[in-house]
Design a protein around this ligand. Structure first.
Ligand code: KG4
Ligand code: ZN
Length: 413
């Protein structure tokens, strides 16, 4: 049953190599009594396609998003019981504006037009779309799709910062339901100051918040992001993209099968934790990549056990820097809550180590993480962050919405 106060958000995410569409409904002030339900959630990962490039190839990502958006929209609407055939004839006047909005996406235009001619307008109050940061060609596809839907359904658009999605997702507790459909959840109780460690394919940042939607960047990577480091190291080791889960799997095997003590001083696979004592909260991972390249060259060809040992060393070294610096920052700023978000936060070892340290820490009361499935890119987090802004009336005129590859997290009170 749908109550009057529930707001329905259709969320679209295309910033990298995941195409995702989610229909959720939410109610309440975000800060206090916020609740949500996922009505439909469809996601397509392009990871397998990008494997041969060892990373995400922007134009391929863009084409794939354009191909998959309408099927994913229909899947999400079907799950929500919102995909029904239209009985009234569609106004032919929709043709031209849609064609103009999707002039660079011919296939997407054709698919959306066919959709509009077949199906009735679903019950949706706002469209939330990722406008950055990310790969601009990929972001544009989602944005143009959002503009076309906004025109078609006469609903406003909320522009969402992808990183805010990664911050907001771990704030939620939710039921554990397959594929996240029919999942319901609410905001957890926690105290500020809040320190968020954002670790993804493109970002490594420490962000301090004294209240909701207030973000102060206190540290970031000077070169490669943590996820990028995992991906690049994996490539050096001939492992498929994305590298994070692969390195993590091999590291787990090293612990289980080989029982390797990771930090034995004479291990040939030992790596230097970069910038551990730099005196600030910045990170750097490109040196680690160079160190790994040298090790790979020296020991080439690597046996399976060599790969396990090296993967263990990589995972432990990255985890160590991230955790040490985060806890140091938490103490300096008196953070009562710690969030870890972004794709790399799916890493079991990082979660385990962080949880152990937080347990011993004097100031931090709580560590918030989300399920591994929702730690990597998805549209649920975009819908949640979008609701927050929609509630405050922070809509954008379609002509003002543009892709911003380097969009920063900004305070929006
Ligand atoms: O947030 P995300 O899905 O996309 C971006 O916004 O970039 O993060 C993707 C990154 C990739 O670099 C991937 O290798 C990494 O997250 N990742 C992991 C794990 N799962 C995904 N890194 C380490 N361990 C994992 N289990
Ligand atoms: Zn992400």
């Amino acid at each position: 049953m749908r109550y009057n106060l529930w707001m329905r958000i259709l969320a679209i995410e295309t910033s990298c190599d995941e195409t995702a569409v989610c229909l959720l409904e939410a109610e309440g002030a975000f800060e206090r009594d916020f609740r949500f339900r996922i009505l439909g959630n469809a996601l397509h990962s392009q990871a397998a396609l990008h494997t041969e490039y060892g990373g995400v190839f922007p134009n391929l990502a863009k084409r794939e998003h354009a191909k998959n958006l309408v099927p994913l929209l229909e899947e999400a609407l079907r799950q929500a019981g919102e995909l029904s055939h239209t009985e009234s004839p569609t106004d032919p006047g929709i043709f031209l504006p849609l064609k103009q909005l999707l002039e660079r996406e011919e296939e997407l235009f054709k698919q959306l037009l066919a959709h509009a001619l077949r199906y009735r307008t679903p019950v949706v109050d706002a469209i939330a779309v990722t406008t950055g940061p990310g790969l601009e060609p990929a972001l544009w596809v989602g944005i143009n799709f959002a503009k076309a839907l906004s025109h078609l359904w006469s609903v406003p658009i909320v522009a969402v910062n992808h990183m805010e999605g990664h911050v907001v997702m771990p704030m939620m507790e939710h039921s554990d339901i397959l594929e996240n459909v029919r999942m319901s959840g609410k905001i957890r109780a926690f105290n500020f100051p809040l320190l968020t460690l954002l670790i993804s394919g493109g970002h490594t940042e420490l962000v301090l918040s004294k209240t909701f939607a207030e973000y102060q960047l206190i540290g970031e990577t000077r070169d490669d992001a943590a996820g990028e480091a995992f991906d690049k190291v994996a490539r050096l080791m001939d492992l498929p993209y994305p590298g994070g889960p692969e390195i993590s799997r091999l590291a787990a095997e090293a612990r289980a099968i080989l029982g390797v003590p990771f930090d034995s001083k004479d291990s040939p696979w030992k790596l230097t934790p970069p910038m551990l004592r730099s005196g600030d909260y910045d990170f750097s991972f490109s040196g680690l990549k160079t160190e790994v390249r040298k090790l790979v060259e020296k020991h080439s060809p690597l046996s399976d056990d060599d790969k396990r040992r090296l993967a263990l060393s990589v995972e432990e070294t990255i985890a160590k820097v991230l955790i040490e610096k985060t806890l140091r920052a938490a103490d300096e700023y008196g953070a009562m809550t710690l969030i870890v978000g972004g794709g790399v936060s799916a890493n079991t070892r990082i979660r385990e180590l962080l949880a152990g340290r937080v347990h011993e820490d004097a100031t931090v009361e709580q560590l918030l993480t989300t399920s591994p499935q929702l730690a990597t890119d998805n549209a649920v987090m975009i819908g949640l962050a979008g609701y927050f802004h929609a509630l405050k009336g922070q809509y954008s005129a379609p002509q003002d919405i543009a892709a911003k590859g380097n969009l920063k997290l900004e305070t929006a009170l």
